[in-house]
Design a protein around this ligand. Structure first.
Ligand code: DON
Length: 329
């Protein structure tokens, strides 16, 4: 096939993907949206109609659609970065001495398991209990040092500085009754390596880091390629840590929808209550030609379901998977 033909084929594929997302986003924008997270006051007031997506390919080409310029906070997506940071600094086996790798089937902020069995390790680092433990394990003695370690890793992944949305932080800090209770349970069982208040301060600040869908797609692409950034040609995270993280995203990343998500979307993904979804599509010859080298996905739709996952974002992803067949199995 000549170069011109290849270029035309590529343009055709690009056009189809752009057309696909434009059409779907326009369709979902007109549908009733549902509600944004209600328990964090600052998230309640976000426009529930926002919908955006970013798809980043290993050659650096990015497809951006919908409200892609709107920033939002990482919320639970920070759990992925914190877990990676803790594993990079402390080693995965040290971290897994403190937190398990089992899905729960319970809500993300459930307290239930602590009352059922004495001194039970948090089930996994993607639920709040596990993420609080991981936050306490981060390197550094003060919360500021712990936060900086994760922010530094995140900045190196997306190649830009990030800021913490102080309004969102304050809003969650003042109303973090359940996370405070969880942290107290953890402390009682010697499952926190720092004080309750320091751990909460670290965790909530990390949930309040601001990003956009393009940033999520960059992270997703690096995860899909086992820690390698194909655009800058550097290995940022050791591959075994990324593989472990992707398994946890696949089995636990969407909370008590993780099983359904694995079955019907079939990708390592992580959601946050602000409506973001981070997705990693590993390379596979079985995929649509556009995506056979893998890609990163960032989705944003702030109205969430009862499990804390973006309603329209999940639907958009489902439609994408149907057409482009990018499930990992
Ligand atoms: O700890 C919390 O409740 C929030 N900062 C984060 C929870 C979250 O994003 C759950 N995700 N879907």
């Amino acid at each position: 096939m000549g170069t011109q033909q290849l270029d035309n084929q590529q343009l055709n594929i690009d056009y189809k993907v752009d057309h696909f997302f434009e059409e779907k986003i326009a369709y979902y924008k007109d549908q009733p949206s549902g509600e944004c997270a209600q328990y964090i006051p600052e998230l309640k007031n976000v426009n529930p109609n926002y919908l955006a997506c970013a798809l980043l390919l290993p050659d650096g080409k990015i497809h951006l659609h919908g409200d892609y310029e709107i920033p939002f906070t990482l919320q639970s997506i920070s759990k992925v970065i914190s877990f990676i940071a803790a594993c990079m600094y402390k080693g995965p086996s040290y971290v897994l001495d403190w937190v398990d790798v089992e899905p729960t089937g319970d809500p993300f902020n459930s307290i239930l398991r602590f009352e059922l069995k004495d001194k039970q390790k948090p089930f996994n680092p993607m639920i709040n209990a596990g993420a609080l433990t991981v936050a306490s394990l981060l390197p550094g003695t003060t919360p500021t040092e712990k936060i900086q370690g994760v922010v530094h890793l995140l900045s190196s992944l997306i190649d830009k500085n990030v800021t913490i949305n102080k309004k969102v932080f304050e809003s969650e800090w003042e109303t973090a009754y359940r996370n405070r209770a969880l942290a107290n349970f953890l402390k009682e069982h010697n499952l926190l390596a720092s004080s309750v208040e320091d751990t909460l301060f670290t965790y909530i600040n990390l949930c309040s880091v601001e990003i956009n869908v393009e940033d999520l797609a960059k992270i997703g692409l690096i995860l899909s390629l086992d820690g390698f950034d194909p655009v800058r040609q550097i290995q940022i995270i050791p591959a075994p840590i990324v593989r472990l993280t992707k398994i946890l995203m696949f089995t636990c990343g969407m909370y008590n929808s993780s099983g359904k998500f694995a079955a019907f979307i079939g990708l390592p993904a992580k959601s946050g209550v602000s409506g973001g979804i981070l997705g990693a599509v590993p390379p596979s010859l079985r995929h649509h030609p556009l995506l056979s080298d893998g890609c990163g996905l960032g989705i944003y739709g702030p109205a969430i379901d009862e499990n804390g996952n973006s309603i329209k974002g999940t639907r958009l992803l489902e439609d994408f998977i149907q057409v482009y067949d990018i499930k990992i199995f």
